[in-house]
Design a protein around this ligand. Structure first.
Ligand code: ATP
Ligand code: MG
Length: 199
């Protein structure tokens, strides 16, 4: 064996024992809270990716879309035939389009009731609260209500929260927080949002 090969083998053995140790230490089993936030692209895509993953094992999944109800969404189109998926949509579209705080608040509260039901249902393995951060930011929902519903969920249930500027409380209570970083985005170079890529 060459010197280089031997050094590589030693390094890999060391890495393996380190990884094995960490895997052995991570033995707690329970549902998790994941937050996908930041200004970069990929938050909702990552949430749907995880939905697909859970559905792949036959788990039940609930998705609440808090802001883009009127938007097309390729993942929803593809997955909605799965009986294990339930999608609830806040049907008002963007707040700067409706420009009506009262009707937006009512629409938000209505769909939040669906979220509360899902967050209390032990049959549901994963709940996605897509773009809920904006509901908190605009004051359509209060953070204490959301925090309590997430904290009191069934022990095996996981929750994904997406949206920019996630509330500090959500970051604190989360097990996993990923901040998508906006290194570059096609939109800023004048490229239109693309079907099958952006929605
Ligand atoms: P995606 O749905 O593609 O995963 P996202 O959920 O991270 O994106 P949102 O803030 O929800 O991002 O924005 C939704 C839409 O805006 C998508 O069409 C997405 O491609 C686009 N978008 C995301 N990030 C940016 C950005 N930094 N600049 C411009 N457009 C963006
Ligand atoms: Mg999104």
């Amino acid at each position: 064996m060459s010197d280089r090969e031997q050094r590589h083998r030693q390094a890999m053995q060391k890495l393996k024992s380190h990884v094995d140790e960490r895997v052995a230490a991570a033995s707690e089993q329970r549902g998790q809270v994941l937050v996908f936030t930041g200004n970069g692209k990929g938050k909702t895509t990552a949430a749907w990716g995880t939905v697909t993953r859970a559905l792949g094992y036959g788990y039940r999944v609930g998705v609440i879309q808090f802001i883009k109800g009127l938007w097309e969404c390729g993942e929803r189109e593809r997955l909605q035939a799965d009986d294990n998926l339930e999608v609830a949509i806040m049907a008002t579209g963007f707040t700067w389009e409706t420009q009506n705080r009262e009707s937006d608040t009512a629409a938000c509260r209505e769909v939040w009731q669906q979220a509360e039901r899902m967050l209390a249902d032990p049959q549901i393995y994963l709940v996605v609260l897509d773009e809920i951060t904006y509901m908190l930011k605009f004051g359509y929902l209060d953070i204490e209500t959301v925090q309590q519903a997430i904290a009191n969920r069934p022990v095996e249930q996981s929750v994904i929260v997406t949206g920019r500027n996630a509330h500090r409380t959500l970051i604190e209570m989360a097990d996993t927080v990923t901040e998508m970083n906006d290194t570059k985005h096609a939109f800023n170079a004048g490229l239109e949002a693309r079907r099958g890529i952006d929605f």
